[in-house]
Design a protein around this ligand. Structure first.
Ligand code: MN
Ligand code: MG
Length: 390
């Protein structure tokens, strides 16, 4: 009888470990290239817009979170520059100690988990960047920017920012059981920032190749205990042969061992979408690049990016990624030339930045008034960001 029981218990235990103990769904949400568009407002046309604004993306974020048990939210940069609110904050109003940049008033409310730096973060200089970033209630990462130490030996270069973070999170499996999981998040910027913002970075910062940096840090993240590794390149997707120090390195990055998800950006395009359907190794139906689940959610808040991972954790706490998909959701759709809203703005986000928003509008009305009416109406039609600076 004793022996029989023992044998039975053995078979039962074997059954548990092979059939798999627990399946966990993890949803990773991404915003990118917000370019200071918090409010759903076109400052050039001086009227509301249904096609821009983190206030509208926020509604998608809340919906996407409510559908799942486990999610994290990551921003991929190009955050503090790119519209009149950004210029107003950096050049007109400034940030005094204790001031909170309006982008972080909004993002702190949305409880972001991690932020990554984009190339445009360096447009107003390092002092303004640091004064902005210290308002974030969440960590920032960037792995391929280093202090310029004046020598050519890259092996001893010191990172300027935290290259990655490993988040300790408690997640709930499909049976309602809790598990701890370590989620590693690593950020990348186009190496070209040292040329594009030479005035701000010369003698202070240098950059390394994105793929080389990934090969250095991803094994280290695994050694540090990361069960899941998410790469956040502020970098587009190109299948042209890599030349080294590539601006758009997401495709090459997808082939680096040890990655479970890629949240990318910089190109101001949407992935997955038909535009990428013909690329070798890309599955736009599933949202994968060389088998890695990936998303790129447009620009100015136009879309929310989603990566849905299906994970398995065994009784020893060992995690395996079983499957992953990438997708996006838009804040509006097109009907011919018309843009039709798919969500309302989150009023709490709009309210959080209402002072800076109102000040920017009066700043713009004053500034545009000096250039004359014909130029004003022309700008309003084309809405070109670089033209307005002339
Ligand atoms: Mn951008
Ligand atoms: Mg960019």
């Amino acid at each position: 009888m004793k022996n029989y029981l023992r044998a039975g218990a053995g078979i039962f235990a074997l059954g548990l470990s092979t059939v798999s103990a627990s399946e966990v769904q993890l949803r990773i949400l991404e915003t990118t290239d917000i370019h200071v568009n918090v409010v759903d407002y076109d400052y050039y046309a001086d009227k509301p817009s249904v096609a821009v604004g983190l206030a509208r993306t926020a509604t998608l974020i809340k919906q996407a979170r409510s559908e799942v048990k486990n999610s994290i939210l990551i921003d991929n940069g190009d955050l503090i520059q790119g519209n009149p609110l950004g210029d107003y904050m950096a050049k007109e109003r400034g940030l005094k100690k204790g001031d909170v940049h309006p982008v972080f008033k909004a993002m702190n409310l949305l409880k972001y988990d991690v932020g990554n730096l984009g190339n445009h973060e360096f447009n107003y200089g390092l002092d303004f960047l640091n004064e902005s970033l210290n308002d974030a209630n969440f960590p920032y990462v960037s792995s391929n920017i280093y202090l310029d130490d004046g020598d050519t030996n890259s092996a001893n270069d010191a990172p300027m920012f935290d290259p990655y973070v490993i988040l300790d999170r408690t997640v709930v499996d499909d049976k309602g059981q809790k598990h701890s999981v370590k989620i590693g998040v690593i950020g990348f910027v186009p190496p070209q920032i040292t040329q594009w913002d030479e005035v701000n970075l010369k003698g202070k910062a240098i950059t390394h190749d994105i793929v080389e940096t990934a090969k250095r840090y991803i094994p280290e993240m695994r050694e540090q205990g990361a069960d899941v590794v998410i790469a956040v390149p502020h970098s587009g997707l190109s299948v042209e042969t890599a030349k080294g120090r590539d601006e758009n390195a997401t495709y090459y990055l997808s082939k680096v061992e040890g990655l479970d998800a890629i949240l990318f950006g910089h190109a101001h395009k949407v992935f997955p979408s038909d535009a990428y359907a013909d690329l070798d190794g890309v599955d736009v139906a599933k949202g994968t690049i060389n088998g890695v689940a990936a998303t790129m959610p447009g620009f100015w808040g136009s879309h929310l990016g989603l990566v849905d991972l299906k994970l398995d954790v065994d009784s020893n706490g060992k995690w395996t990624v079983l499957d992953g998909t990438g997708s996006t959701r838009g804040i509006y759709k097109r009907d011919g030339r018309k843009k039709i809203a798919l969500v309302d703005a989150d009023q709490k986000i709009v309210d959080a930045v209402k002072d800076e928003h109102a000040e920017t509008i009066s700043f713009m009305r004053k500034a545009v008034g000096q250039t004359g009416a014909p130029i004003n109406s022309f700008f309003a039609l084309v809405q070109d960001l670089s033209l307005i600076h002339i």
